[in-house]
Design a protein around this ligand. Structure first.
Ligand SMILES: Nc1ncnc2c1ncn2[C@@H]1O[C@H](COP(=O)(O)OP(=O)(O)OP(=O)(O)O)[C@@H](O)[C@H]1O
Length: 377
């Protein structure tokens, strides 16, 4: 798939921007702070309905404006879908598909697939478990949009359950072991059921990612260093060896029972997919805390490339967004990454310095300065 047009109104530093894009490689060059990342962020937003840089939408709207609009034409298998997103911080965002006003946000999720590589990816390896959970969940949702619903159902259950636990903690109910809290039993069951669905999907995804990430890491670094992805579930100390949902429901139910006194004391949910982690191992050591800067960065790239391979195997190349990644790599790794990604249907690259972009990625070139984007001829 590829994006053939992008139009922005009041998005970040852009009052108005319009670009025509082609399949193949396009490079966006310009000095720091001119709006290169804002462009790829906007395309990523169309795919995931979130930004890789901020957790909330407010910074996406141009200072002084009320709302931002992103319009993107996405060409898939010869058909064009016109997606329009209106970002209204503090209020519901709105979507239109092919100009139809009767579109829900979730109707346009999963039309455009992107894989974004950015300096922030280092947090995949070095950051909190939430970064890795988000990586898995975004990939799940790209492959099967219904997981957006599963994730938001899970978030809702968690919020309700936490509110209940918080008020129980305030009333010191843990002294009675929570026996007279039938509503908590109901929320436990919801959490176990929906949590198991998410857990099963994540475990299956990790199993698929493992060989692809190992291959990508080997190719990027030209080493045989073994990497392994291990899903750590908060419900058990052992490594889970099943993706069977009824079994996972049982495991979560039992863990919730065990955790209840602690949860009532602390007033938060301590068990479930929101507390899990994807541990990344390199050479039989956890990458977090042991891997070098260069190894961590290659690991993060390998995870993104594995995601790319999975989406590609599902039948359509995602659009690759490479935001300022070459500056972080030595010449050899730049070349290796470039030859890996240049086979994708569309690759959009940003760089402050043209020389950072390997020759393998020559293509259309755009100059970005002060909120305007011009194609170089
Ligand atoms: N909501 C906003 N309203 C107005 N301007 C904004 C908004 N958000 C970001 N900006 C501006 O956008 C610019 C940053 O754009 P961007 O991150 O795309 O830069 P870049 O060209 O990728 O730079 P670098 O090469 O340093 O990564 C900054 O000048 C910032 O002040």
């Amino acid at each position: 798939m590829h994006v053939s047009h992008l139009q922005l109104a009041d998005y970040r530093s852009y009052e108005a921007a319009y670009l025509e894009l082609e399949p193949g490689v396009s490079t966006f060059i310009g000095p720091n702070g001119q709006g290169k990342t804002n462009l790829v962020e906007a395309i990523g937003y169309v795919a995931t309905h979130s930004s890789h840089r901020v957790a909330h939408d407010a910074p996406l709207v141009r200072r002084g404006a009320q709302r931002a609009v992103i319009r993107a034409a996405v060409v898939r298998h010869g058909q064009t879908a016109l997606i329009e997103l209106e970002i209204n911080p503090g209020r519901a965002n709105r979507a239109r598909l092919n100009r139809s006003p009767n579109t829900r946000m979730r109707d346009v999720l999963g039309i455009l697939h992107t894989v974004l590589f950015a300096p922030e990816d280092l947090a995949l390896v070095k950051g909190d478990p939430g970064e890795r959970r988000r990586f898995l969940d975004e990939l799940l949702t790209a492959r099967a949009p219904r997981y957006a619903g599963v994730r938001s159902d899970y978030e809702r259950v968690l919020k309700q359950r936490n509110a209940l636990l918080k008020s129980a903690a305030a009333q010191n109910l843990h002294h009675r072991g929570g026996r007279d809290l039938p509503t908590l039993d109901v929320w436990d069951e919801h959490l176990a059921q929906i949590g198991a669905e998410l857990l099963a999907a994540r475990l299956a995804l990790v199993a698929e990612l493992q060989p692809l990430a190992a291959k990508a890491y080997g190719e990027l670094t030209a080493t045989q260093d073994p990497i392994s992805l291990r899903y750590r579930c908060s419900a058990t100390d052992e490594e889970l060896d099943t993706t069977n949902r009824p079994q996972l429901v049982e495991i979560l139910r039992a863990a919730l029972l065990r955790a209840r006194p602690d949860e009532l004391r602390r007033g938060v949910s301590l068990v479930g997919p929101h507390r899990d982690d994807l541990q990344l191992w390199l050479n039989d050591l956890p990458a977090k805390g042991y891997a070098s800067q260069g190894e961590s960065w290659s690991y993060a790239l390998a995870l993104r490339l594995a995601g790319f391979e999975l989406l590609r195997a599902d039948g359509d190349d995602p659009v690759l967004l490479l935001d300022d990644v070459f500056a972080e790599l030595d010449a050899e790794r730049r070349r290796r990454l470039a030859s890996y990604v240049r086979t994708a249907e569309q690759v959009l690259v940003t760089a402050a310095v043209p020389d950072d972009v390997p020759q393998e990625l020559s293509g259309a070139r755009f100059r970005v300065t002060g909120g305007s984007v011009e194609r170089e001829r």
